[in-house]
Design a protein around this ligand. Structure first.
Ligand code: GLR
Ligand code: MG
Length: 429
């Protein structure tokens, strides 16, 4: 590598934003059911030095529009100047007042728009920085403290298949026995050492039974349940007491910082959240009220990898645990999550991932860079993120996006096609 490649600025000459869709399964949650395709946007940042960096984020129409507004302001900026990139993005978004299209279907609503938009550009710039100096992104984040990152088995209640289609290969999971079967299959295939159940679908007592069935089947796996705020304070306290000694944490049992604080005072396990603390402004009131013991970071809405490490420092300062949240995602996100978790010493919980729900052939990266072994992904050691864009796959998933007709994630609207009176309001029980 010539010295100039290292010392010269790498100025952004072009930014490409490509919406893609990949097949998804009918996974149930408090707001409805996953549609047949999940949306993402793939970001390519190109420099005048000929390097290309990759980022991945939500693909909803409103978010895409904001990504385009931001992208138009980034030409000429040096990829080493993330502060300048963040400033330009805030300026570009000043005229955009729409809140629509954040990509999380009503479950994470209060995150910062500027941080959500910054995230994929920051990741792409870190990818370029790493490529420019021949070092992995984890080195740019302070260095890997672990060479493999543990993920959890993320179980969902689900229908056997999308209505009108054949059953999918996971089949139905609507009761505790089927949830245990799902866990067995997922753990046999991926080796996960921790288990999370997405709740908020059935009454809390039934979901607590599923957790007890998982405990009986997997005596040593840390367990979590996440009903996405579906339970009242009273119900949450009831479930929390019933599952004393069974859960490593109870995730978002009830909505809001005040409600979580009430529950936290009465249950023995820490409460975790990716709903009531999703932006830096939420941390102070949550700490003051001792509402949460664990924050689930997510670089897609906390402003990228650097700002997620700021969050990690805050958690460390206030003796809070740190875990990682996930939405349906592709390989560029998995690479970024893995570098971040590798370089975050206090991220001690197995991270969430929706990875097992995606078909292996539905991705935009060249296969082989990221593999699960014994529940963990080895941290890529090549330059940058360590993943390569497969342009044919990108074109195919973009065609899939165009053909899908889906432009916003809408779990509730999809559910109402089959259950017209479905009501997503929370708390429900
Ligand atoms: O931990 C969480 O809240 C999530 O993973 C949110 C996701 O949107 C999940 O509920 C889903 O994909 O249905
Ligand atoms: Mg959650």
């Amino acid at each position: 590598m010539s010295e100039s490649v290292i010392t010269e600025p790498h100025r952004i000459s072009e930014v490409r934003v490509t919406p893609v869709a990949f097949r998804d399964l009918p996974l149930l949650n408090v707001v409805g059911v996953h549609e047949p395709f999940a949306l993402r946007a793939i970001i390519e940042v190109v420099t005048d030095s000929g390097l290309i960096g990759l980022g991945e984020t939500y693909g909803d129409a409103g978010h895409l529009k904001r990504l385009q507004l931001a992208a138009a302001q980034l030409v000429g900026v040096d990829v080493w100047n993330i502060n300048e990139i963040a400033t330009r993005i805030r300026t570009a978004l000043a005229a955009d007042s729409s809140k629509a299209g954040h990509g999380m279907s009503g479950m994470v609503t209060g995150s910062s728009t500027a941080d959500r938009v910054l995230s994929p550009f920051e990741v792409a710039c870190l990818d370029i920085q790493g490529k420019a100096i021949g070092r992995p992104v984890s080195d740019l984040l302070g260095g890997a403290v672990r060479d493999r990152v543990e993920y959890s088995a993320y179980l969902f209640y689900k229908w056997a298949g999308h209505p009108g289609q054949d059953d999918d290969h996971w089949g139905e999971a609507l009761n505790p026995d089927q949830i245990v079967d799902q866990a067995r299959r997922m753990i046999a295939e991926y080796g996960f050492n921790a288990i999370k159940l997405k709740g908020g679908v059935f009454a809390p007592e039934e979901e607590a039974e599923a957790i007890l069935a998982l405990r009986a089947a997997f005596p040593d796996h840390p367990l979590r349940i996440d009903p996405n705020g579906a339970w009242s304070v009273e119900s949450s306290i009831g479930v929390g007491r019933k599952l004393a000694g069974v859960l490593e944490y109870l995730e978002d049992p009830t909505p809001g910082i005040e409600g979580m604080a009430e529950v936290a005072r009465e249950v023995p396990m820490p409460l975790a959240t990716n709903m009531c603390v999703v932006a830096f402004d939420h941390v102070k009131p949550a700490v003051a009220q001792q509402a949460v013991g664990v924050i689930l970071s997510d670089h897609h809405f906390w402003g990228g990898l650097g700002r997620s490490r700021v969050l990690a420092g805050i958690c460390d300062t206030f003796d809070m645990g740190l875990s990682m949240h996930s939405n349906s995602h592709l390989g560029i996100s998995l690479a970024a999550m893995t570098h971040l978790a590798a370089a975050t010493p206090n991220l001690n919980y197995a991270c969430d991932t929706h990875w097992p729900w995606k078909s292996a052939d539905d991705d935009v990266i060249v296969p082989g860079a990221l593999n699960f072994e014994q529940g963990a992904v080895a941290v890529p050691t090549g330059p940058g993120l360590g993943v390569e864009l497969d342009r044919d796959a990108l074109a195919r998933l973009h065609e899939q996006y165009l053909a899908s007709g889906i432009r916003e994630r809408d779990d509730t609207g999809y559910m109402r096609r089959f259950q017209p009176d479905f009501d997503p309001s929370a708390p429900r029980w």
